[in-house]
Ligand binder design. Structure first.
Ligand SMILES: O=c1ccn([C@@H]2O[C@H](COP(=O)(O)OP(=O)(O)O)[C@@H](O)[C@H]2O)c(=O)[nH]1
Ligand SMILES: [Ca+2]
Length: 420
């Protein structure tokens, strides 16, 4: 089976992009701190509730389904602590069961067992459970996606947990970006600092990508009003720039072709790949050129001019990056899988050149690395317009909590942050 994020993109074609911009008002009465030892914002809960309470979030991603079970401690009437997160994931994602939706229900039941272990029996009936689906379901025909969501809802209703209204739905890319930003800025302590010193976030999923940051005044001024997404958290209104792309299924006849040749692959590489009901022959270009320059040109075709470039990114210093930015950096040997680490945009680019110009060395073990790392390089530089020196903090967890939009989603449930 072919395992490559960028190959998927090349087949699905251009991103469907949404740009949004929002403004930030420095917190009035915002009082948050974070992490395993940190303080979470006051969350709405029953008056007679015990000191410990929980929330369950399912992340139905395009490549897998994950459960996050959060345990909060009510320290005082205002400020609960996030005590811990219990996490588990399964592959493939729900969209793989588009023709057998009952299997999606089984996946969810299997993960709900994790929640039953993590949440004490007496707490089950007041512990909310929600599922948010991302690009995998966004790309399915609506009826097929709904059939999957219906099965999830049945599994939730059978469970002993509290199923709120609108518990199961497809999330739009803007919410995905904002909720990931909320998670990271909460976990890194930026939100409670009551300053404008927040960190931007970059997510690269199996079929979508998001960039979210607190823009400077100039960006706010020059952006069209419909590029604005606001949300409220405690007494603060935040306005963030958030831009989301979901790979769209290509509708033109090029999807019909059965052969896909790329200069990002070794000339000797041959593999069959099934996608969208067709089987493709994937290979290098037998008599053509390979290597970084040619590969980069291929990537430019799917990236250049598609993604809005906020000018201030040229001056930005640090972004938190996760999901495939992390995975590919590990595969490329840029960071350690357990510890994560910091890389510059140019580190991806330097490594891409090294890998792509020695494709035969990677043929047996990492045949798609050149393609994937070149795609990331191109996305960062020519897509978003980052400069070479921008630092990406690559991390899967902050203070032992997953870097994902899921924590932001449980905030959204408890706080109703009203993204608009
Ligand atoms: O608990 C997990 C498991 C995986 N991933 C990453 O998510 C990416 C895959 O994206 P996803 O399936 O979420 O696709 P999306 O629907 O977001 O496009 C991969 O890089 C995974 O490493 C993640 O962020 N959290
Ligand atoms: Ca994701």
């Amino acid at each position: 089976m072919v395992k490559s994020r960028s190959l998927h993109l090349l087949f699905t074609g251009w991103c469907h992009c949404r740009y949004s911009l929002s403004v930030f008002n420095v917190g009035i009465g915002l009082d948050l701190s974070v992490g395993v030892e940190g303080v979470l914002p006051s969350l709405a809960r029953p008056a007679n509730a015990s000191r410990i309470f929980h929330g369950i979030v399912f992340d139905a991603g395009s490549t897998g389904t994950r459960i996050h079970v959060y345990t909060f401690i009510q320290k005082d009437p205002e400020l609960p602590l996030l005590e811990k997160e219990t996490f588990q994931s399964v592959k493939p994602g729900l969209s793989a069961y588009a023709d057998t939706p009952e299997t999606a229900g089984e996946t969810v039941r299997q993960l709900l067992r994790v929640a039953k272990k993590a949440v004490p029996h007496v707490e089950w009936e007041r512990t909310p459970v929600v599922l948010r689906a991302t690009a995998g379901l966004r790309l399915l025909p609506p009826k097929k996606a709904q059939a999957l969501l219906d099965e999830v809802e049945v599994a939730f209703e059978e469970s002993p947990f509290f199923v709120p209204d609108n518990s199961v739905h497809i999330m739009n890319g803007t919410d995905e970006g904002i909720l990931a930003w909320v998670t990271v800025n909460f976990l890194t302590g930026q939100l409670q600092a009551k300053t404008k010193k927040t960190v931007g976030t970059l997510d690269l999923g199996g079929a979508s990508t998001q960039i979210t940051f607190l823009p400077k005044f100039k960006t706010i001024e020059s952006a069209p009003p419909d590029h604005i997404a606001r949300f409220d958290l405690l007494s603060t209104t935040y306005e963030l720039y958030t831009h989301s792309c979901t790979d769209t299924h290509q509708t033109d006849s090029s999807l019909e072709r059965k052969v896909f040749e790329s200069s990002c692959l070794s000339r000797k590489f041959r593999e069959d790949w099934s996608f969208g009901g067709l089987t493709y022959k994937i290979s290098g270009i037998p008599d053509g050129s390979t290597g970084f320059t040619e590969c980069y040109k291929e990537m430019l075709k799917v990236v250049k001019g598609v993604i809005h470039q906020p000018p201030e990114l040229q001056d930005s210093n640090t972004f938190y990056a996760f999901s495939y930015y992390f995975d590919i950096a590990v595969e490329a040997g840029l960071i350690d899988e357990r510890r994560g680490g910091m890389v510059k945009v140019q580190d991806y680019s330097i490594r891409a050149k090294e890998v792509c110009n020695k494709l035969s060395m990677y043929l047996a073990t990492k045949p798609f690395l050149c393609m994937d790392i070149t795609y990331i390089t191109c996305l960062l530089k020519d897509g978003f317009g980052f400069k070479d020196e921008t630092i990406l903090k690559l991390t899967q967890k902050v203070n032992n909590v997953e870097t994902s939009w899921a924590l932001g989603a449980i905030f959204d449930y408890f706080q109703n942050i009203k993204i608009h």
